[in-house]
Design a protein around this ligand. Structure first.
Ligand SMILES: N[C@@H](CCC(=O)N[C@@H](CS)C(=O)NCC(=O)O)C(=O)O
Length: 237
């Protein structure tokens, strides 16, 4: 049984969505956000304090895009990955990592400097600049998505989950109204997928059952008493 440690609508949503797409059984452990501060015993399991943490037997993983890749390999053959023999294999790997490394990274700076830092440390200019940077990077998808329904392989794959989560985070950051038309239509299509809807419901049900707040991590208000603990490392959703 796979165990996934997760905070509401944080990056661990990628593996959760993948588990639903693949129909794999899993145990979902919900944590208050940020776990490094709000659930300090979690540091014993993951000294980074970040989520996701996925445990499958002796396998422990903490990178959301890599976990998506792992889950595909576990379920192979699956159309959710683009195989090495297929023409779009390279594009698939690129988009899988583009979702986290290129699209999510600038958004974490927006989050940190517009929401998570205490008032006196917020930096609206930094938040604005990185919002623009994210939107500029996102625009590179416009010509691709104007021509095709999915990013690669002529079908929905884990690469769409990875990029899809970056769009989900952008929605929480109120950046979705600035999406270009094909990206906007793509994001609307992704949200209609049964597995996406099941993943949303699954985190909600698990949070309620485990007594964890159902407020999405990117929308959560940091505990001011936790500042001293948090100051050496920034919190990012
Ligand atoms: N590159 C990692 C990033 C993991 C990460 O930073 N997760 C955020 C939540 S989205 C986190 O745990 N933040 C809490 C903190 O920084 O203390 C991934 O893709 O999973």
């Amino acid at each position: 049984m796979i165990t996934l440690y997760h905070c509401m609508s944080a990056r661990s949503f990628r593996p959760l969505w993948m588990l639903e797409e693949l129909g794999l059984p899993y145990e979902l452990v919900m944590l208050p956000f940020p776990p490094r501060v709000a659930a300090r015993s979690y540091l014993d399991l993951n000294p980074l304090g970040t989520i996701p943490l996925m445990i499958d037997g002796r396998t422990r993983m903490t990178e959301s895009a890599a976990i998506c890749q792992y889950l595909c390999a576990l379920s192979a053959p699956t159309l959710l990955q683009v195989e090495p023999g297929e023409e779009d294999h390279g594009a698939y790997l690129d988009y899988l990592h583009f979702g986290e490394a290129t699209l999510t990274f600038p958004q974490t700076l927006v989050l940190r400097y517009s929401r998570f830092e205490p008032e006196h440390r917020r930096q609206p200019t930094v938040a604005d600049d990185y919002a623009k940077w994210f939107l500029a990077r996102l625009r590179t998808l416009e010509p691709v998505l104007a021509e095709q329904a999915h990013l690669c392989g002529a079908r929905f794959t884990a690469a769409d989950v990875s990029v899809g989560y970056a769009l989900m985070l952008a929605q929480h950051l109120e950046l979705a109204s600035r999406f270009t038309p094909a990206v906007k239509a793509y994001w609307e299509r992704l949200q209609q997928r049964d597995a996406y809807i099941r993943a949303l419901r699954s985190q909600e049900v698990a949070a309620l059952a485990q007594g964890v707040s159902t407020v999405a991590a990117p929308d959560s208000i940091p505990d001011p008493h936790a500042d001293a603990d948090r100051s050496p490392e920034p919190t990012t959703a």
